[in-house]
Design a protein around this ligand. Structure first.
Ligand code: SF4
Length: 191
């Protein structure tokens, strides 16, 4: 696999606890996770361009993966009490910012089809003060193109299996470390 060390370093610099590149073929996609966005319905469902039903979903991601040489996976580990506190949105916003930052840097160095994925509704994280998503409601550009990225869940990405592929086995589906830290994850496809 090509050397994407500078982008891995950038992910860490932007706030990732750890980052590695894996073979995109090792990304497990399962429709179940995309279905969970709709039932039980997530508060972000249908609210932005980044969440179902407005993203390509598992089928689109499966078609995309063969076009990519690597997937940069990163994680942010936080204490469990922070993960389920008022800080949660701040942590999720950081996941978007790292995914977008690495994607933009990759594109700037010639990887023109780099694509970042994050977790958490960008409507809730970045446009909460606005009644609607500007893209969906007005057909205008996103208010936050430098930070908002599409949902991993909405594309059916199996996060626990992604952790395994990255060499970071976790306890349970949501992922806690052996130290009891909770892990949040993002992904950037690199062409
Ligand atoms: S305008 Fe706001 S809600 Fe819509 S895609 Fe951009 S960040 Fe998300």
């Amino acid at each position: 696999m090509d050397n994407f060390a500078a982008l891995v370093d950038l992910a860490r610099y932007l706030g990732a606890t750890e980052a590695v590149t894996i073979d995109p073929a090792d990304i497990v996609i399962d429709e179940h996770f995309a279905h969970m966005c709709a039932a039980p319905r997530c508060s972000g469902y249908g609210q932005s361009l980044s969440c179902p039903p407005h993203v390509g979903g598992p089928g689109a991601l499966r078609r995309l993966l063969p076009d990519y040489r690597a997937a940069l996976v990163f994680r942010v580990d936080v204490p469990r009490n922070a993960a389920f506190s008022g800080d949660r949105n701040e942590i999720l916003a950081l996941i978007h910012e790292i995914a977008a930052g690495v994607e933009i840097a990759a594109r700037n160095q010639g990887l023109c089809r780099a694509r970042g994925f994050a977790g958490g509704s960008c409507k809730e994280l970045f446009c909460a003060e606005h009644p609607v998503c500007r893209v969906l409601d007005e057909g205008k550009p996103c208010r936050n193109p430098q930070i908002a990225r599409p949902s991993m869940s909405g594309h059916g990405i199996h996060v626990a299996r992604l952790m395994e592929s990255a060499g970071w086995p976790r306890n349970g589906q949501t992922g806690t470390t052996e130290d009891g830290l909770t892990t949040f994850t993002g992904l950037i496809l690199l062409d």
